[in-house]
Design a protein around this ligand. Structure first.
Ligand code: FPP
Length: 248
């Protein structure tokens, strides 16, 4: 039986988040510049999105560019932005053919104008698709997102449209970039690093974390299936005991 056939479709995570890491190291292993790794990472993005849609995963969030990534050498930042613009525009047709909606989270206004425009256009063109939502985290960091949410909540308190006593988990959820999306149940990070790196800190509170040594450009459908199977073999207790879960 193949890995895919072993997946229990009734216990599929609704939302999977991925830290695509290791492009630079992969390129170095090939004796190439870092951008060569990012270019080859696009194939892995395609494979993973396709696998998620085929299985019926409702949300797939990819950490494509962090707020901290702006501090990388200027030529790498420019090349990455060009790659993003090019990939988004080249893939919009395929997203539509496969009924995949594109969304983005992050400080999108800080993106170069052409990247921002391309993104808006692709999101607009795919907005009615319903099979899977592909969420790109761009110029994203969780602390930025939380600060932004707190500012908007404070604004409502100042203008008396919200009372501090009425602030709940739901209030926070509604002010994050991910408002309306289910929380990720599985977070995958490639390249052997065991960190969350400022990614969806609030939303990953109960997520299962899966780490693989594979570098992102080597990540294929089979690796994605393996992560889901590993997730399905875990017991998610949400603070309860095993006995409580069995007697449910
Ligand atoms: C991390 O590897 C990867 C990134 C910062 C960028 C990921 C971007 C892509 C795969 C390009 C296309 C993406 C989309 C969604 C169209 P790294 O550079 O940190 O690798 P290292 O840790 O080995 O240096």
């Amino acid at each position: 039986m193949s890995l895919k056939e072993n997946i229990n479709l009734s216990k599929l995570p609704q939302h999977i988040a991925i830290i695509m890491d290791g492009n630079g190291r992969w390129a170095k292993q090939q004796g190439e510049q870092r951008i060569f790794g990012h270019e080859n990472g696009v194939r892995s993005v395609r494979d993973t999105v396709e696998a998620a849609a085929e299985l019926g995963v409702k949300y797939l969030t990819l950490y494509a560019f962090s707020t901290e990534n702006w501090n990388r050498p200027q030529e790498e930042v420019i090349a990455l932005m060009q790659l993003l613009v090019h990939t988004i525009s080249a893939e919009t047709k395929t997203l539509n053919e496969n009924n995949i909606r594109l969304q983005a989270i992050g400080d999108l206004k800080s993106l170069p104008q052409d990247c921002f425009n391309e993104l808006q256009e692709a999101m607009e063109k795919t907005k009615s698709n319903s099979r899977t939502t592909l969420v790109l985290a761009l110029s994203y960091s969780s602390r930025w997102e939380i600060i932004d949410a707190v500012k908007r909540i404070a604004e409502k308190v100042t203008t008396n449209t919200l009372s501090p006593q009425n602030i709940t988990e739901q209030t926070i959820n509604e002010h994050l970039c991910t408002a309306g999306m289910p929380e990720p149940e599985l977070m995958i990070r490639t390249s052997g690093e065991h960190r969350i790196s400022n990614f969806l800190l609030w939303q990953l509170a109960y997520a299962e974390l899966y780490f693989t040594d594979k570098l992102w450009p080597d990540f294929r459908k089979e690796d994605f299936y393996e992560a889901i199977l590993d997730y399905q073999n875990r017991e998610r207790r949400f603070g309860k005991t095993s006995e409580q879960l069995i007697s449910k």
